[in-house]
Design a binder for this molecule. Structure first.
Ligand SMILES: [Zn+2]
Length: 219
């Protein structure tokens, strides 16, 4: 099987699905969540990686579980603000995502909490030509890989250098392992530098739509 970077070069990727925390932005400390726009920090190389995918005209969708939202009266509002900032940070570098799809439900209450496929189905409902069998999922959790498998997508599991020491190749069903999104997309490691832009994020000019899953909650 050829790696993602090569598939992109050969123009055979129809769409890219990304997990959010740990793939696009830095994860909150263990047991915590990103609940404020100020907590959102893009990971190194992410803007460049997404820009590269944008240039290839491959749509990029973020699919994310954010169950903390269910427990906060202002959760939806906060999540919108977080995603607005995400769009602005990417937009300031010329990158954009085509959609951010979030499950805001508690565990076992819906059909959209990954690894359930509701979020992916919602993307397809907005882009009916999208062939999932030609799509790719990049995630840092095995639930993302499970989702990819259920949808017939190629999957890339991110394992940071830090985790690598303890990572057992047999513990993932992913077709590919990479240290970060940039290496997965470009096929090499980021050398030096940082992704934090010195420029202030400009108002988002990105084309992403913010979608809260409408999949109805189970009684
Ligand atoms: Zn859900």
């Amino acid at each position: 099987m050829i790696p993602l970077s090569q598939m992109l070069k050969e123009n055979v990727v129809a769409g890219m699905f990304l997990d959010r925390d740990g793939v696009v932005n830095a994860k909150a400390p263990r047991g915590e969540y990103i609940t404020s726009p100020d907590d959102l920090v893009l990971l190194r190389g992410v803007a460049a990686a997404i820009r590269r995918v944008n240039e290839l005209r491959v749509p990029v969708y973020i699919v994310t579980n954010q169950r903390w939202v269910a427990h906060r009266h202002d959760g939806i509002e906060k999540l919108r603000a977080i995603h607005k900032r995400l769009g602005a940070l990417l937009g300031s570098t010329g990158a954009y995502v085509d959609g951010i799809y979030a499950c805001v439900h508690e565990i076992n209450r819906c059909g959209c909490r990954k690894p359930e496929r509701g979020l992916v189905d919602e993307v397809v409902s907005h882009n009916r030509k999208l062939a999932l069998s030609s799509c790719v999922m990049v995630g840092d959790a095995e639930t993302d890989i499970e989702l990819a498998s259920r949808c017939g997508m190629y999957s890339v599991r991110l394992v940071s250098d830090q985790d690598n020491v303890h990572f057992d190749r047999e513990s993932t069903r992913a077709q590919e392992i990479a240290v970060d999104l940039y290496s997965a997309v470009v096929g090499k490691h980021v050398v030096g530098g940082t992704n934090r832009s010195a420029r202030q994020p400009s108002p988002s000019r990105s084309r992403e739509t913010f979608v809260l899953s409408t999949t109805s909650e189970k009684g």
